[in-house]
Design a protein around this ligand. Structure first.
Ligand SMILES: CC(=O)N[C@H]1[C@@H](OP(=O)(O)OP(=O)(O)OC[C@H]2O[C@@H](n3ccc(=O)[nH]c3=O)[C@H](O)[C@@H]2O)O[C@H](CO)[C@@H](O)[C@@H]1O
Ligand SMILES: C=C(OP(=O)(O)O)C(=O)O
Length: 434
């Protein structure tokens, strides 16, 4: 498996455009199963997770034209459901989390669905209860095959109902929406996830003939329809990549413009980086991060130490906490990072500590970071990337560090960041794949 070799300590400069959003792409590409007509999707990120989902669709018979790496025309007019129980389908599904979202559209349109154990980051327990209970309440029967960890669902026809979700699971909400759009009657999903990618999914579905109200809120009202049609859909820029670039610019004392960010969809993200003392100017739809000598972490109004924690949208996304954490290591001041949703996502701080950062891992969910105020640089080391966001955080640390770092297991980074080495080199970074 490849590694990145990074020679740190260089200031970067220039413009960078975020890729299309990984997590939106996974939802939208799953939704193409809901219609036999053509669906054209643009601004698709060319990353491992998305490419694996496209391969899964091809394997079940979906026709896919790819006129360029970021555009696909899908047509699900001849799907072979027998493939779904094959070992190949099972193995490929296990490479990404997003594969779980094929189940909702399959159940809605074909009245049966299979869920092999999905993959994704190993960042703690990632239960599927919201998905499974949602399908059952819509009238599907579930059989679990423990020998190969496979869930099988079947139904004579889904029926709309009232669902109060146990938690606002992102992929769970997407899955239930996709099942409910073709159900008989009305479905109400309360405590629904409502982040921009779910909004985009709902807009796309309404364009193809679904009837979803309440988009953007945590209560969705879905009136089932008989049939859905084709459309075109453009994926939003990836807000997690945008946040990663903001953090990278600050940490490496660089002057960077992030182009075309769809700022209106970023929620509290810019504000969280401002709380770390990072200057960022929103110019039209671009974000300019000027070179900054030092950034000072804010305190609460009463002088208390700042805590940055994750929360379902419109709260701060858990996927940016690792990045906030690494950026805080060179700040002036202290911050408590509280990762509430996932229990194994902070262990990568060991590597930052080896690099010279001052961090106290209080327990699996909380890490206190005492900023180094740039009194000394982090040291380059050899390390391995445990998950996508920790991987990029280590990459940011390596770019800012003195000397050479080797980051192994970079498939984890490639799952979510498109051509990251090339794009960083165009900003002046010294990074190569070895
Ligand atoms: C492919 C995809 O889209 N993946 C994203 C999706 O994963 P995914 O949809 O798998 O994540 P969920 O929203 O289901 O939940 C994530 C974790 O948070 C916990 N939880 C969730 C809601 C809540 O109110 N309280 C709580 O504790 C869940 O039990 C779970 O452990 O959403 C996560 C949360 O934004 C992101 O990290 C992932 O990048
Ligand atoms: C946790 C993430 O992804 P996944 O849900 O695909 O593992 C992520 O994108 O940070």
């Amino acid at each position: 498996m490849s590694s990145f070799e990074v020679i740190g300590g260089k200031k970067l400069k220039g413009e960078i455009t975020p890729q299309g959003a990984k997590n939106e792409a996974l939802q939208i590409i799953s939704a193409v199963l809901l219609t036999d007509e053509k669906v054209t999707v643009t601004n698709i990120p060319d990353i491992l997770d998305v490419n694996n989902l496209i391969e899964l669709l091809k394997a079940i018979g979906v026709k896919v034209e790819r006129p360029d790496r970021h555009t696909c025309i899908f047509q699900a007019d001849d799907v072979d459901l027998n493939v779904l129980r094959s070992p190949e389908f099972k193995n490929k599904s296990g490479t990404l989390r997003g594969s779980v979202m094929l189940a909702g559209p399959m159940l809605g349109r074909y009245k049966k669905a299979f869920i092999p154990k999905p993959g994704g980051d190993k960042i703690g327990r990632r239960r599927l209860d919201t998905h499974l209970l949602g399908f059952q309440k819509l009238g599907a029967e579930m059989i679990y095959y423990p020998e190969d960890a496979f869930y099988y669902f079947s139904t004579d026809g889904l029926k709309g109902t009232y669902l109060l979700l146990d938690e606002p699971s992102v992929t769970g909400t997407a899955n239930i929406i996709m099942a409910a759009v073709l159900a008989k009657g009305a479905t109400v999903i309360y405590n629904a996830a409502c982040e921009p990618y779910i909004q985009q999914l709902c807009r796309m579905l309404n364009r193809i003939g679904a009837d979803i109200q309440g988009v953007g809120s945590n209560q969705l009202i879905i009136e089932g329809v008989e049939k859905l049609h084709g459309t075109e859909h453009r994926i939003l820029p990836d807000m997690i990549e945008i946040g990663s670039f903001i953090g990278m610019a600050a940490m490496t004392q660089s002057d960077i413009i992030i182009k075309n960010c769809s700022v209106e969809y970023l929620g509290v993200i810019p504000e969280k980086f401002r709380q770390l003392g990072i200057q960022l100017n929103i110019v039209g739809d671009d974000i300019h991060i000027p070179e900054q000598e030092l950034y000072q972490i804010q305190t609460y109004m009463d002088g208390g130490v700042l805590t940055i924690y994750d929360h379902p949208w419109p709260g701060f996304t858990p996927d940016l906490l690792s990045i906030v954490l690494v950026v805080a290591t060179q700040a002036k001041g202290s911050v408590l990072i509280h990762q509430k949703m996932f229990e194994s996502r902070l262990f990568f701080v060991d590597k930052l500590i080896d690099m010279g950062a001052q961090i106290i891992l209080c327990d699996p969910h909380r890490a206190a970071v005492i900023g180094l105020e740039r009194k000394h640089k982090l040291r380059g080391i050899k390390m391995s990337s445990p998950d996508i966001r920790a991987g990029v955080s280590l990459l940011i640390a390596a770019l800012s560090a003195e000397g050479k770092s080797i980051i192994q297991n970079i498939d984890q980074i490639d799952r979510g960041y498109q051509y990251i080495d090339e794009r960083l080199r165009s900003l002046g970074a010294e990074i190569r794949r070895v």
